[in-house]
Design a protein around this ligand. Sequence first.
Ligand code: GRF
Length: 198
Amino acid sequence: MLISGSGSNLQAILDARANDPDFPAQPVLVVSDRPGAGGLLRATAAGISAEVVDWSDSPDRESFTAAICDLLDAHKVELVVLAGFMRILSQEAVRRFPNAIVNIHPALLPAFPGARAVEEALAYGVKTTGVTVHFVDEHVDNGPIIAQEPVTVMAADTVETLHRRIQTIEHRLYPKCVAAAATGRLRVQGRSVIWDER
Ligand code: GRF
């Protein structure tokens, strides 16, 4: 799993695994691009290897991506889960892990891609925003959509209150999607993701 921040989505996946002996994905490695990311502590508390590939130490995006992919390979990672990872990987990541990188985004893509999705949705005045889980392709916040759920925007919402409700959905939806991806239940056909409803 790749993180940059507090790692609440990482925690939701760790909890899903801890609470369900049949949860099909085994987290093996957490990588952060920042030494201080709170999610690193969550990983070590759960007995999972935690590593830092410091973005600010990397000469360019290519070497940063290669260092992360080498770590993922060394841990025999089969599914790469981006959980609040705020860096854009180079194309090498998609080449080395085709249809095996998933991301969660706090808006209904293709609306409001990018790092300020909640703020931009609120500023735009949308009545409904939501959560998108998608495969990662060579463009930012663009790959085939695995699942989406709407969240109603309230008149009194601030970025914080809206993001909190979005995260409640994220913490339920992401473990479900990760489990489906890990068991090969998701088939990508063009832009569509077909769920095998086993
Ligand atoms: C989430 O809202 C996710 O949608 C976005 O970044 C946030 C990460 O939160 N990509 P956390 O670090 O999992 O708490």
